[in-house]
Design a protein around this ligand. Structure first.
Ligand code: ZN
Length: 374
């Protein structure tokens, strides 16, 4: 008998995970603003989606939300993402009614001019725009001024500070962009703060798969959507201390380096569509990382590798260095244009991160000891 030719000998067929119902939740979740320190509305949406798939939940004083499966189990495994969205704060209102801002997280001054924003006030959303001097009014031949925190400003259509305040705007109001979710070329999800609300979505999808496949885990699973990552991993620090987990698998985004002006020599060679990214960094526990890689190989999930100097800059560090050291690892989702309003992630990568976390959980044993020397 002649050897049958297979269609794609090397690339295994992609297994889709996200369905219509989960996608519609994802869209709603992304369109809802969730500024750092003010995440509770997004956390409510997330918990509502998660509740059918968990036994119990817990929300801490600052808004980190945790879905729990097998609450009584002694051995605890965390899967984690962060819930917060970078934003701006109103910092100074001028006498003629313009507003200067400061960052809440790593918001990018370069992309601000000409964007429409939502200012969050006690009276509800107030609209404004980041103005910018017209090209005609800038002096030709002179070096152009770049947008910085010192010159970007919001215009909400007022002519005095009094008018601005009457709209409900005061120093300390948070500001988010109004850009919404879309699907690009049936291949990419695009939106603001997919970093890292895509992560919250993916860990919720893991819980859905566990429930639908009637998996009985031999340990307690803590599905953690942490607040305040963008200003220094703060929500993860708080909740790691509270849960005291034995293992933590964190998911966040990382840079796709295939677009212009990104140097692969310093940033590595990572691409959307080539699968989840595993990280090498001192905070990543190598035996747990090996488990992830073996899981990916066994389940035929494509993956990429990334190295980080010193720290990963993700909640992985917060979990790793908590509670006398928690074996932690990071599964990153490649993303284009981080901290802009058009962050892009590949649909297949989203499915594959969900699958990798799910399959890794099936491979972790209750009481598993990850130490290098026993
Ligand atoms: Zn970020």
């Amino acid at each position: 008998m002649a050897k049958k030719k297979s269609d794609t000998p090397d690339t295994p067929k992609h297994i889709a995970v996200v369905n219509d119902k989960s996608l519609s939740f994802f869209e709603k979740y992304i369109n809802n603003p969730s500024p750092t320190g003010f995440e509770w509305k997004g956390q409510e949406l997330w918990l509502d989606y998660l509740k059918p798939y968990i036994d119990d939940y817990y929300v801490d004083n600052y808004g980190t939300a945790v879905g729990i499966i097998n609450k009584k189990a002694e051995y605890k495994v965390v899967i984690e993402a962060h819930a917060d969205e970078i934003s701006w704060f109103v910092n100074y209102i001028t006498s003629d009614g313009l507003i200067y801002v400061i960052r809440n997280g790593g918001s990018d001054h370069q992309i601000a001019p000409s964007k429409r924003v939502n200012i969050h006030t006690d009276k509800g959303i107030v609209k404004a725009v980041f103005g910018w001097p017209a090209i005609h009014t800038r002096t030709a031949g002179e070096k152009e001024e770049a947008p910085t925190l010192k010159n970007i400003f919001l215009d909400c259509g007022c002519t005095s500070k009094d008018e601005v305040e009457k709209l409900g705007i005061h120093v300390g109001c948070v500001i988010t962009y109004e850009d919404e979710f879309m699907v690009l070329n049936d291949r990419y999800y695009v939106g603001r703060a997919l970093d890292n609300r895509a992560g919250g979505f993916m860990i919720a999808e893991v819980a859905r798969l566990l429930k639908e496949n009637k998996v009985k885990l031999p340990f307690g699973l803590y599905i953690v959507n942490a607040v305040q990552e963008e200003i220094g991993l703060r929500g993860a620090e708080m909740i790691a201390h509270h849960i005291k987990p034995n293992v933590a698998i964190v998911t966040d985004v990382t840079h796709d380096t295939q677009t212009p002006m990104i140097n692969k020599i310093t940033q590595g060679d990572l691409a959307c569509g080539r699968g989840p990214v595993v990280s090498y960094a001192p905070a990543v526990q190598n035996n747990l990382n090996k488990l992830l890689i073996e899981t990916a190989e066994k389940a035929k999930i494509p993956f990429q590798r990334q190295a980080s100097s010193r720290s990963t800059g993700t909640d992985t560090d917060a979990f790793a260095y908590s509670n006398d050291g928690v074996p932690s690892a990071l599964i990153s989702l490649p993303l284009r244009y981080m901290h802009t309003t058009v962050e892009m992630i590949h649909k297949e990568d989203v499915d594959n991160v969900i699958r990798l976390i799910y399959e890794a959980l099936l491979n972790i044993k209750a009481g598993q000891d990850f130490r290098y020397i026993k």
